[in-house]
Design a protein around this ligand. Structure first.
Ligand code: 13P
Length: 266
């Protein structure tokens, strides 16, 4: 069902062809993290929707996904237009179905309020909430069962890269965090080297090419995004890199103009 959020007007095309079309497009995902009040979330949404509307070719070239904080999801969803041109996602979900789990949000609740995707295993959740690969896999399983695309994040720390263990680290994350329910259609892998997040340091095109080729062995034809200080200035070069199927963008996704200019580079 989420699929049709990204393919308005293609409802009568067989699902398989829809998938194929989608796999060829870059995915431009904005992770808003814990930023903004309702007014700024709605202003940002308006800016993005207007920008997408003003460039009808944009959605032929890429899928656009925005992931606001939980509390803004329903209001943002109501402002995405009908049918929504931009896909809505959340930043986490529970590994449990429902019930007495105070403070958590289930994957089914996210689907119910219009989400088509959810980011899982972001390094900030691994760091601040001690999320393990097994927990991330359990969350991804619930996301899939609810019909959501799981955007599963992996990436090494600065010290792991300095020690030359980055491939081992990412291999272990992929082995542990990708659930049995994974298909190329319901899963996106985001490679986010921790040292590049919010630091202004981007991995070199060669680092990205090498790691994405490595991830491709586990990903099959699932999309692989790069994340970490993606900006309008470096987006075009990143998108030219082999096996880079889009970007997961933090800081620059909070400014409609910057986010759209990254999407236009796709
Ligand atoms: P920045 O783009 O701010 O570096 O954040 C990247 C990120 O963590 C996206 O999930």
């Amino acid at each position: 069902m989420g699929i049709f959020f990204i393919f308005p007007g293609l409802d009568d095309i067989p699902l398989e062809i829809c998938y194929t079309l989608r796999m060829q497009k870059k995915l431009i995902a904005g992770n808003w993290k814990m930023n903004g009040d309702l007014a700024s979330a709605l202003a940002l949404t308006r800016g993005i929707v207007e920008g997408v509307n003003a460039d009808p070719g944009l959605l032929q070239r890429c899928d656009v996904l925005i992931c606001p904080p939980f509390v803004h999801l329903a209001r943002v969803r109501a402002n995405l237009g009908q049918p929504p041109l931009v896909m809505l996602g959340a930043q986490d979900c529970s590994e449990r179905e429902n019930g007495a789990v105070t403070g958590d949000i289930s994957a089914a609740m996210l689907a119910d309020c219009g989400c088509g995707a959810v980011i899982l295993g972001h390094s900030e959740r691994r760091q601040f909430h001690q999320e393990s690969d097994a927990l991330i896999a359990a969350k991804a399983g619930k996301a899939h069962a609810a019909g959501l695309i799981a955007v599963i994040c992996v990436g090494e720390s600065e010290s792991q890269r300095a020690a030359g263990t980055h491939f081992e680290v990412v291999a272990a994350q992929l082995k542990g965090a990708l659930p049995a329910s994974m298909t190329p259609e319901n899963t996106v892998i985001a490679y986010e080297p921790v040292w590049a997040i919010g630091t202004g340091k981007t991995a070199t095109p060669e680092d990205v090419r090498e790691m994405h080729a490595f991830i491709r062995k586990s990903a099959g034809s699932a999309r692989i995004l790069y994340g970490g200080s993606v900006k309008p200035e470096n987006a075009a070069e990143l998108f030219k890199t082999e096996n880079v199927d889009g970007a997961l963008i933090g800081g620059a996704s909070l400014k409609a103009e910057q986010y759209l200019s990254i999407a236009k580079a796709a």
